[in-house]
Design a protein around this ligand. Structure first.
Ligand code: BES
Ligand code: ZN
Ligand code: ZN
Length: 501
């Protein structure tokens, strides 16, 4: 897919389809939509008056122009009400509109600069949002489809038509950044969409190395023996039930070597398949557990983006990657393991494995010199009960840092909602025989999981993102398509960029 920018009058451009937009409640369109309306002798305003076009969010109206103006078709995309519209509206409209055109077999399209009137988006932000919405909305995972399906037509050429020459350089820069953001997000999606027989811990580590080689990151991978030597009893315990060797993947981006002590840690859960282990999950829907490495994939995607944008920050990614299988060597309920920081854990439920692998990875990240950390995990079904699939849950030990994470999510269009961490929630993890149990009963399952993780922050500011509800989606909507969403790759990048010195 190519995105070009052209200085041209939108009414004159020769293209199979031009996308314009319209806010809800507008009777006489202005801007580029207004120019098209006039050139079409008021067709759009007439359709508005007839109530056929309302401008509601998600509405798409295709108008054929029969040679009257340059574009053969005009696609009017509804934006909803103007109030509170943000860059995310632009991403959404681009995704919806371009998938609509692709379904019609259209391979090349133009769009006016979506942005004016939308929260006064500057051209750089608008360009970035257009590119992100375009790439992410048109994304498909089709590695395993028959060639005939595979070659189903792509929309492979988009031109942004902008009449104001002054805006073009910033638009161009925005498109460059948006493309990089989308590519890292799609890398994470690809990894999580792959089935677990392919996306093993070994495969994840190979991809991390490839990303590092291609874009200039430092990569290292610890093997089971190294984990034993480092006394990572919690991580090794989970890996015991599987024949796939576990890997601890480390990616480092050193953009600010003069400030080595300012180093953001990103720790991503990398369970390449979660059967539950001996506490086996029910069969229904278990196939979705191939996505239990989405947190880890988002860390690798975010580091690829940072390597390509090269901001002045340091970021260390750590991904504990293993399967959670019920093999003959598997750990049992009641087993006690010792994490790298010496704390002992009574494993009550082997299906609460994410917190086990993360605990050792977090302690390891601290040893690697990170100064604050975010862990990202498809950690609890309970977060879906609480928040549905609308937003990611965040918990942590430092309100300032949590606020930064929430803000980073806002500009990415990835919503994040905070849960409390009152001391009492820790009580349910009390064990008679170890420092803690790995589960805390039915109540407040997402919070007690976070309380467990808080035992392994080693005194650092920390935020925990529970993405069990947001890592995948069941339908195409806006710039999200069925399957892995790549959430929260762009949030993590924004967070890192906010720490630039
Ligand atoms: N990977 C699951 C959480 C999950 C559930 C992710 C649904 C995506 C969709 C996690 O390892 C798990 O099994 N958690 C248990 C914890 C319980 C045993 C305390 C859960 O949520 O049921
Ligand atoms: Zn589990
Ligand atoms: Zn899991």
């Amino acid at each position: 897919m190519e995105i070009k920018i052209l200085r041209e009058d939108a009414t004159k451009i020769q293209t199979p389809a031009l996308i314009v937009n319209l806010f809800e409640g507008v009777k006489t369109p202005g801007g580029a939509t207004g120019d098209i309306d006039k050139a079409l002798d008021g067709t759009i305003s007439r359709l508005i008056n007839d109530d056929e076009i309302k401008g509601t969010s998600g509405e798409l109206t295709l108008i054929h122009t029969f040679g009257k103006i340059g574009p053969n078709r005009v696609l009017v995309a509804g934006l909803g009400t103007q109030e509170g519209a943000t860059a995310d509206k632009v991403r959404e409209v681009m995704g919806n509109a371009l998938r609509f055109l692709r379904n019609k077999g259209i391979t090349s399209a133009c769009t006016t600069t979506q942005g004016p009137g939308i929260g006064e988006l500057d051209p750089r932000t608008a360009g970035q949002a257009i590119a992100e919405g375009t790439f992410l909305g048109l994304y498909r995972f089709k590695h395993y489809l028959a060639a005939s399906d595979k070659n189903s037509q792509e929309l492979n050429d988009l031109t942004i038509v902008e009449s104001n020459a002054d805006k073009i350089p910033a638009l161009q820069e925005g498109v460059r950044i948006g493309r990089i953001m989308a590519e890292g997000t799609m890398l994470a999606r690809d990894m999580a969409n792959e089935p677990a027989n392919i996306m093993t811990p070994t495969r994840m580590s190979e991809i991390a190395r490839q990303v590092a080689d291609a874009d200039g990151l430092e990569a290292s991978v610890l093997e089971r023996k190294d984990m034993d030597d480092l006394k990572m009893g919690a991580l090794v315990g989970v890996a015991k039930g599987s024949h796939q060797p576990p890997k601890l993947i480390i990616l480092k981006y050193n953009g600010d070597p003069d400030n080595a002590s300012n180093n953001l840690g990103l720790i991503g859960k990398g369970i390449t398949f979660d059967t539950g282990g001996i506490s086996l999950k029910p069969a229904g829907g278990m196939e979705d557990m191939k996505g239990d490495m989405s947190g880890g994939a988002s860390v690798i995607g975010a580091l690829q983006i940072l390597a390509r944008l090269h901001p002045k920050v340091n970021v260390t990614g750590v991904v504990p990657a293993t399967e959670n299988m019920p093999g003959g060597e598997a750990q049992r309920p009641g087993d006690i393991v010792r994490a790298m920081n010496g704390k002992t854990i009574e494993v009550i439920n082997t299906d609460a494995e994410g917190r086990l692998v993360l605990s050792d990875a977090m302690v390891y990240a601290k040893q690697q010199g990170v100064s604050r950390m975010v862990d990202i995990a498809t950690l609890t079904g309970a977060i879906i009960v609480s928040l549905g699939k609308i937003c990611t849950g965040v918990m942590g030990n430092d309100q300032d840092f949590i606020d930064h994470v929430i803000d980073a999510g806002k500009s990415a269009g990835e919503r994040v909602w905070q849960f409390p961490m009152f001391d009492e929630y820790r009580d349910s993890l009390k064990s008679n025989v170890a420092d803690m149990m790995n589960v805390g009963g039915r109540d407040a399952g997402s919070i007690t999981a976070a309380k467990f993780l808080s035992e392994f922050t080693e005194g650092l500011p920390w935020a925990h993102l529970d993405i069990a509800g947001t890592a995948r989606t069941d339908s195409d909507k806006g710039y999200l398509v069925k399957g892995s969403t790549g959430v929260p790759v762009r949030t993590l990048v924004n967070l890192a960029l906010a720490g630039e010195s």
